[in-house]
Write a protein that binds this ligand. Structure first.
Ligand SMILES: Cc1cc2nc3c(=O)[nH]c(=O)nc-3n(C[C@H](O)[C@H](O)[C@H](O)COP(=O)(O)OP(=O)(O)OC[C@H]3O[C@@H](n4cnc5c(N)ncnc54)[C@H](O)[C@@H]3O)c2cc1C
Length: 831
C-alpha cells in the first residue's frame, strides 16, 4: 500500500472513529497505530518515529490514565471552571433543576435514539374520560352563548357556573381518591380544547383551577389536613380557587416579588400560635373576583427566629392558602382582559393567617418557587397548548368552509393563490399544533417536562396567533364585524392573553427555552456544574473529570456527525421509518447534530454571556423547538397510519420547521460575535450550503389549501373534537353546514355557474336560470333542487350582524335588539 493510500485509509478510520463516538483509548491507540503504519511503509523515518513517540506517549498516557489525567489536566480546568461558574441563587438553582427532560433531550444530544420516540404510546381516553367529553362537556358547550357571555352578561351565566361546579369541571386534575375526576393530561387537554371551540371565557375558567393553583399545589405538596379539608371543597365547587403571584412591580421576574409574610406569635381564641402577617398587592389574577380561596405567593421572613432557626431570617418564596374572606383582604374588583373571564387584583394589608396555612406546612416554608416551577407544566404543557390547538381546529374547519363558499371574481376565494398562502398555512400549522398537543400531553403524563412545556407554551401560542391572523385575513369583513354570527372576533381580541400568561412569550423564547434546555438537556453540562458545586472537592474532581472528557468527546463526535451527514446529503443518517417521512427524519437527525455542536461551541466561546445574548440563545431555542415539533409531526403521521389526506399537511409542517431551523441556525452563525467561529459553525452545519430546504413548496401549500376546503380525513378527525351547535342558527354550525351542502352539489354547481356566466344558461334570477339549465339538460332536476336549497344557506352564512343603535350604546342591556338579516327569497346566481 502506498503512503498516500494509507494516509487516506488512516484519515477515514480516524474520521470513522470520531463519527461513531469511539472512546479516548481506542482513538489514541488508532493514532499510535497509524504512526506505526507509516513507519512500516517507510513514510516515517526512525527519527520521525522518535519525535512522534516523544510527543505522543506522554499525551497518550496522561489522557488515558485517569489518576494522572485528573492531577495534570483536569484539576486546573476544574478550578478555572468552578471560578467562572456564575454564582446561582437558590431560586435560580431551583428553577434550573425543577422538572424533567424528555424526548427533546435526544434532539439536543445530537444523536437521537429514535426508538424512544417511536415507542411512545399516545395517551388514550379512558371510558370515563370519553363519556365526560361526549356528555358533560357537550352539555356545557350547549349552554354557552359566547356573544351573550361577552357582550351582554360580561360573565358566564350563573347556571353555567353551577353546572361546572356540580359536574367537577374544576377538579379534573384532582385525584379520584380525593373525589376529583383524576383525568390524564390528555383528557384535560381535550376537555379544555372542546370548550374553547365554543367559548374562550368558559375554557379559561375551567383551565385555571386545573393548572397552576391551589388544587395542584395541595395535591402535590399539601399536608394531610390541607388535603382532607380543601380538596373535597374544591372538587364540588364549594371553593373557587385562584393563584396570586403577579403584582404591579413584578411580572416576568416572578422570583422578585416584593410581597412579604412575617412570622409572628399571636393569641387566637385564647391560644398562642405561630402565624404570618401578610402585606401584598397582586394584579391580573384569574378568577380572583369570584375566588373563595387564594393560593398566595410571598416572601417569608422570620426576624425573631420563631421557626426555630435564629440565624435564618429570609426563607424566600412561600405559598399559602388564604381564604378570600380573611379580614383586610381586598378582593372582588375586575380587570377587563379582552375577554370576560374573571380576572382582577387582590390587595392585603396586615393580613393574618396561621402558620398551618402554608402549603405543605412549616417544612415547605421557602420552597414555594420550586413548587411553582415544578407545577408550571400543567399550564404550559396542557392548557395553553389545548387552547392553541382548539383555535387551529376551529379555524381549519371554519376558514376552509368560508374559503369554499365565499365567491369573488366568480371563484371561491379559497382558489386564489394569495388566499391559499394563508389557508395552506392554517392547515399546516393546525397539523403541527395537533401533533405537538398530543405528544406533549403524553409527555406530561409520563413526567414533568419543563423544557418541552416552555417550548410548547411559546410556539403553540405563536402558531395560534398566526392562525387567527391569517383566518381574519381570509374572512375579511365577515369576522371584523362583531356579533353572534362571528366565530373569530373574540379569539382575535383575547389572543394576547395566551401570549402573556404563564411566562410572557418574548421572555420564554429568549431566556427560558435555550437557557433551561442547554443545561437540562445537555448530556454533560449539568453534571459538570454539579461537580463544580460539590462541597467534597475530591469527589467533585472525579465527577468533573468524567463529565469534562465525556463532553469533549461529545463535541468532536457531533461536529463530525453534522459534517459527514451534511457532506453525504443525510445519506448516513438514520430514519426510524420508511416511506414519505424517511428523508425528513434524516434531515432532522443532521440538524440535531448541528445543534449539539453549535450549542457547545456557543457555550464554550460565550460562557455566561450567552444568557444575555438573548437574540442568539433564542435562535438555538428555536432550533430545538422545531426539531421537537418536526418529530411530533412525523410521529403523528405515522401513528395515524400514513393517510394520503394527511401527507401534504405533514409535509407542510415538517418543511416549515426545517426551514425555521435553517433560518435560525444560519442567522445564529451570521451574527455570532466571533466571525471566524461563526463561519466554522456554518461550514459544519451546512458544508454544501443550505441545500434543498426552502420551506413548504407552492405545490404542498396548494394541496393543503385545497384539502382545507374538503371533508378530508384530518378535517373529520377535527370535527370529532370541536363543538358544533346544531342547526343554522349556530355560529360555526351555520358555516359548516353551508360548506357541506355545497360539497354535496359539486362539481355540478360550479358547472352551472360557468354556464350562466358564459351565457349558455339564461334567465332573470336563480329560479329562471335553474329552469333553463334543466330544460337544456345541463343539470339534473335533483341538482337544481340542491342548488335551490343551498343558495339561502350560503347567503345566510356570509351575513354579518347589525344592531339598533341603542343595543350597542347600552352594551346589550336592552335585550332583543339584534336585527336578524332577512333571508331573501329570490337570489341571483353568484356567478
Ligand atoms: C389575562 C391575564 C391573566 C393572568 N392570570 C394570572 C394569574 O392567575 N396569576 C398570576 O399570578 N398571574 C397572572 N397573570 C400575570 C402574567 O403571568 C404576567 O402578566 C406575566 O408574567 C408577564 O408579566 P407582565 O405582564 O408584568 O409583563 P412584564 O414582566 O413587564 O414584561 C413585559 C415584556 O417584557 C418581556 N420581558 C421581561 N423580561 C424579559 C427578559 N428577561 N427577556 C426578554 N423579555 C423579557 C416580556 O416577555 C414581555 O414581553 C395574568 C396576566 C394576564 C394578562
Amino acid at each position: 500500500m502506498s503512503n498516500s493510500l494509507f494516509a487516506v485509509f488512516s484519515a477515514v478510520v480516524l474520521i470513522g472513529l470520531v463519527y461513531s463516538g469511539a472512546n479516548l483509548l481506542t482513538f489514541t491507540a488508532a493514532i499510535g497505530a497509524a504512526a506505526l503504519g507509516f513507519y512500516a511503509l517507510g513514510g516515517l523515518g526512525e527519527l520521525g518515529l522518535i519525535v512522534f513517540a516523544a510527543i505522543y506517549l506522554p499525551i497518550a498516557v496522561v489522557l488515558n490514565v485517569p489518576g494522572l489525567r485528573r492531577g495534570v489536566l483536569t484539576a486546573p480546568i476544574f478550578k478555572a471552571f468552578s471560578k467562572a461558574l456564575p454564582a446561582m441563587s437558590p431560586t435560580e438553582k431551583d428553577a434550573l433543576e425543577a422538572g424533567d427532560t424528555w424526548w427533546e433531550a435526544e434532539m439536543f444530544g445530537g444523536k437521537p435514539d429514535w426508538s424512544k420516540l417511536m415507542n411512545v404510546k399516545y395517551t388514550e381516553l379512558t371510558a370515563d374520560e370519553k363519556s365526560f367529553l361526549e356528555n358533560e362537556t357537550e352539555e356545557l358547550c350547549k349552554m354557552l352563548d359566547d356573544w351573550k357571555i361577552n357582550f351582554e352578561l360580561k360573565d358566564l351565566p350563573q347556571e353555567v357556573w353551577d353546572f361546572m361546579g356540580k359536574k367537577k369541571f374544576f377538579a379534573m386534575l384532582i385525584a379520584k381518591e380525593h373525589g376529583g375526576l383524576g383525568f390524564s393530561p390528555y383528557a384535560q387537554s381535550c376537555v379544555v380544547a372542546k370548550i374553547a371551540t365554543r367559548s374562550l371565557t368558559a375554557s379559561v375558567t375551567v383551565m385555571v383551577p386545573n393548572s397552576l393553583g391551589p388544587g395542584e399545589l395541595i395535591m402535590h405538596y399539601g399536608t394531610q389536613e390541607q388535603k382532607d379539608y380543601w380538596l373535597p371543597r374544591l372538587v364540588d365547587g364549594r371553593e373557587i380557587p385562584c393563584f396570586g403571584l403577579t403584582g404591579p412591580e413584578v411580572g416576568s421576574d416572578a422570583s422578585a416579588i416584593p410581597d412579604t409574610g412575617v412570622v409572628v406569635k399571636r393569641v387566637v381564641n385564647g391560644k398562642e400560635e405561630l402565624g404570618v402577617v401578610l402585606n401584598f398587592s397582586k394584579r391580573y389574577i384569574t378568577l380572583a373576583p369570584v375566588a373563595t380561596v387564594v393560593g398566595l405567593a410571598f416572601k417569608l421572613k422570620d426576624p425573631e427566629g420563631l421557626l426555630g432557626d435564629k440565624n435564618k431570617v429570609d426563607y424566600g418564596i412561600t405559598c399559602a392558602l388564604l381564604p378570600a374572606d380573611t379580614p383586610n383582604v381586598q378582593i372582588g374588583r375586575r380587570h377587563f382582559p379582552g375577554a370576560v373571564f374573571m380576572n382582577g387584583p387582590i390587595i392585603g394589608n396586615d393580613v393574618y393567617i396561621p402558620l398551618t396555612s402554608i402549603i405543605g406546612g412549616r417544612e415547605m416554608a421557602g420552597k414555594g418557587w420550586r413548587m411553582l416551577v415544578e407545577c408550571l407544566s400543567a399550564g404550559r404543557g396542557i392548557s395553553l397548548p389545548a387552547l392553541s390547538a382548539a383555535s387551529g381546529w376551529g379555524m381549519y374547519l371554519a376558514t376552509g368552509a368560508y374559503a369554499r363558499i365565499r365567491r369573488q371574481f366568480k371563484m371561491p376565494i379559497g382558489r386564489f393563490e394569495g388566499v391559499q398562502e394563508a389557508t395552506g398555512k392554517i392547515g399546516g400549522l393546525t397539523y403541527k399544533l395537533e401533533a405537538s398537543r398530543v405528544l406533549t400531553a403524553t409527555a406530561c403524563a409520563e413526567c414533568a417536562p419543563s423544557v418541552v412545556t416552555a417550548m410548547m407554551k411559546y410556539h403553540m401560542t405563536e402558531m395560534m396567533r398566526e392562525i387567527i391572523l391569517r383566518s381574519m385575513d381570509v374572512h375579511g369583513g365577515r369576522t371584523v364585524i362583531l356579533g353572534p354570527r362571528n366565530y373569530l372576533g373574540q379569539a382575535y381580541q383575547a389572543m394576547p392573553v395566551a401570549i402573556t400568561v404563564e411566562g410572557a412569550n418574548i421572555m420564554t423564547r429568549n431566556l427560558i427555552v435555550f437557557g433551561q434546555g442547554a443545561i437540562r438537556c445537555h448530556p454533560w453540562v449539568l453534571k459538570e456544574m454539579q461537580a463544580a458545586q460539590n462541597p467534597n472537592k475530591e469527589e467533585g474532581l472525579r465527577d468533573f473529570d468524567k463529565a469534562f472528557f465525556g463532553h469533549l468527546g461529545h463535541i468532536f463526535n457531533r461536529a463530525m456527525r453534522a459534517l459527514v451527514l451534511g457532506l453525504t446529503g443525510n445519506r448516513l443518517a438514520k430514519s426510524p421509518v420508511s416511506g414519505p417521512m424517511a428523508d425528513y427524519a434524516k434531515a432532522i437527525e443532521r440538524r440535531s447534530a448541528a445543534l449539539a455542536f453549535t450549542a457547545d461551541v456557543a457555550m464554550g466561546v460565550l460562557g455566561g454571556e450567552l444568557k444575555r445574548r438573548e437574540r442568539l440563545s433564542a435562535r438555538l431555542g428555536d432550533v430545538l423547538s422545531h426539531l421537537y415539533m418536526a418529530t411530533a409531526v412525523l410521529k403523528y403521521f405515522e401513528t395515524n397510519g400514513r393517510l394520503a389526506d394527511e401527507l401534504p399537511h405533514a409535509q407542510w409542517a415538517i418543511e416549515d420547521s426545517l426551514f425555521e431551523i435553517d433560518k435560525a441556525l444560519t442567522e445564529f452563525n451570521r451574527n455570532f460575535p466571533n466571525k471566524a467561529v461563526g463561519k466554522l459553525l456554518n461550514f459544519v452545519a451546512y458544508p454544501l450550503g443550505m441545500g434543498k430546504t426552502k420551506g413548504p413548496s407552492d405545490k404542498v401549500n396548494a394541496e393543503v389549501a385545497e384539502l382545507l376546503m374538503t371533508r378530508n380525513a384530518f378535517a373529520n378527525r377535527l370535527l370529532d373534537k370541536v363543538f358544533v351547535g346544531e342547526g343554522l342558527s349556530d355560529p360555526t354550525g351555520r358555516i359548516l353546514e353551508a360548506a357541506d351542502k355545497l360539497l354535496s352539489i359539486e362539481p355540478g354547481y360550479s358547472n352551472f355557474l360557468k354556464a350562466v356566466s358564459s351565457g349558455k344558461v339564461v334567465g332573470e334570477g336563480l329560479e329562471a336560470q335553474l329552469k333553463d339549465a334543466v330544460a337544456k339538460n345541463l343539470i339534473s332536476p335533483d341538482l337544481a333542487q340542491g342548488i335551490r336549497e343551498y343558495e339561502p344557506i350560503r347567503f345566510d352564512a356570509i351575513l354579518t350582524d347589525d344592531f339598533s343603535k341603542d343595543y350597542l350604546r347600552t352594551n346589550g342591556q336592552i335585550p332583543d335588539e339584534i336585527i336578524e338579516a332577512k333571508p331573501v327569497t329570490e337570489y341571483k346566481a353568484a356567478a
